[in-house]
Every structure is written in structure tokens, then in C-alpha cells.
Design a protein around this ligand. Structure first.
Ligand code: URA
Length: 232
């Protein structure tokens, strides 16, 4: 798809989700939602990075990873000679899932909230059509990865295995190459630059994701992968 067509489709999708009332997060108890954090970045990105959910800063600004976790994300991008403009960033749910005004604590998105927001995630992936998806943390991993089990086993595996991120396409399920790693929030809470530590593990995963994406870009430079003819 041409860039302009992608931009137009993303704009239409954004307009559709901008005033979304598909789940209860549009009118959270005791306060109002400021923004649906749709996602942002390059429509031609080779890498889509998926977090879990907006926090307070994201809700206020309408931009993903606007807070401290975003600084960690920027560090990984920077380590790979990249910036936010080169990738596409989004969250599994577009609104801040919290009853913070009452409990003082953020919470993970519920099953109903994940289900309500899944067409947004699927449509963004369909339009951007990246070579590689990076799943940050347990919520993104559990929601999209075909592989079962917890994020811990994958994120700390020294082999850095790729997993499959599965979304519903127009006619069938679509599987994409993905890498799953620690959420920036987890890294901030467990920060260590020790060799076997979570930050180094994450660095290696991000590096591999970029390497695989670059290899795909090199392979398909400027061309759409050819369709096989019926007679070969
Ligand atoms: N900010 C986001 O937008 N997403 C996360 O997953 C964490 C912080």
C-alpha cells in the first residue's frame, strides 16, 4: 500500500476511535477520560511496538509512552539508531484502565476492555503491515502471542526466540513475526545493568528485532514478495 493511502486509512481509523464508547473506559468511575491514545508513528514503519495501556500522562497528552516508561523506550530506539518517527507505537488498549481516583493504583485491562479494543490493534497492524512486532510486557504478550506461557520465560530466554503475534484480519487470522520482552515499567522497577539482568536481556531482544526487520527490508527492498504461479 502506498504511504498516502496508509495515512488516509489511519486517519479514518483514528476518527472512528477518537470518541470511542465501546467499553467502560470512556467514562471511568469518578473522572473523565481525556483522550483515546490511538497510537502514532510512521505509517511505513517496519517495526510496530505494542505496550499495554496509557497511564496518566498518556491520557492527558493523547500520546503513547509520554511518561517515564517512554524514556526507557527511547533509550532502546536510540541504541538501535532509531527514533519514534521510524516505528509505530501503540497500546493494547487505547484508554487508561484505572480507578486511580478511588484506589490510587493503575490496573491491568479487563478481558472485556481487551476485546473491545482488539479491532483497533488489528486494523493498525493491517495498515502499517510491519515486518516485526515488539511486544512489551505480559499484557501485550498474553493478548497477541500465539505461544502460551508467561512473558518471563520468553523475555529471559538467551536464545531470544521469535513468537507469533496473531490478529484477526478481514477474512482470516494474520500471524506476524514478533519479539516479546520486559515492559519498561518492569525494567524501571528492577533496573540493573548487570550482564544477566533484565535491562541487558531487553537490549538484546530489541537488537534482534531490529536485525530481523533490517534483513526483511533488505530482502524485499522496493518489491512486494512475488506470488507463486499455479504451475510451479
Ligand atoms: N505508556 C504507554 O503508553 N504504554 C505503556 O505500556 C506504558 C506507558
Amino acid at each position: 500500500m502506498e504511504t498516502e493511502q496508509k495515512m488516509e486509512r489511519l486517519k479514518r481509523l483514528l476518527d472512528d476511535w477518537d470518541s470511542c464508547e465501546r467499553c467502560g473506559l470512556c467514562t471511568p468511575t469518578g473522572r473523565r477520560r481525556h483522550h483515546v491514545v490511538f497510537g502514532e508513528g510512521s505509517p511505513d514503519a517496519h517495526i510496530v511496538v505494542i505496550g499495554d495501556a496509557p497511564r496518566e500522562k498518556e491520557d492527558i497528552t493523547g500520546r503513547p509512552f509520554a511518561g517515564r516508561q517512554g524514556e526507557v523506550l527511547d533509550m532502546f530506539l536510540n541504541d538501535n539508531n532509531s527514533t519514534r518517527d521510524d516505528v509505530f507505537l501503540l497500546n493494547i488498549v487505547g484508554c487508561r484502565p484505572t480507578d486511580e481516583v478511588i484506589t490510587g493504583k493503575p490496573r491491568a485491562p479487563s478481558k472485556a476492555e481487551l476485546t473491545a479494543c482488539s479491532p483497533r490493534v488489528a486494523a493498525i497492524l493491517d495498515i502499517v503491515d510491519p515486518y516485526v512486532v515488539i511486544l512489551l510486557g505480559g499484557t501485550a504478550f498474553k493478548t497477541l502471542a500465539l505461544e502460551k506461557g508467561g512473558i518471563k520465560a520468553v523475555a529471559s530466554d538467551s536464545q531470544i526466540p521469535d513468537v507469533r503475534a496473531v490478529t484477526q484480519g478481514t477474512f482470516m487470522q494474520v500471524e506476524r513475526t514478533a519479539f516479546a520482552t520486559w515492559h519498561p515499567n518492569y525494567l524501571l522497577a528492577n533496573w540493573t545493568m548487570d550482564e544477566g539482568g533484565c535491562v541487558r536481556q531487553s537490549m538484546r531482544t530489541w537488537e534482534k528485532a531490529f536485525r530481523v526487520s533490517d534483513m526483511c527490508a533488505e530482502l524485499y527492498r522496493g518489491i512486494t514478495p512475488p506470488l507463486r504461479s499455479n504451475d510451479d
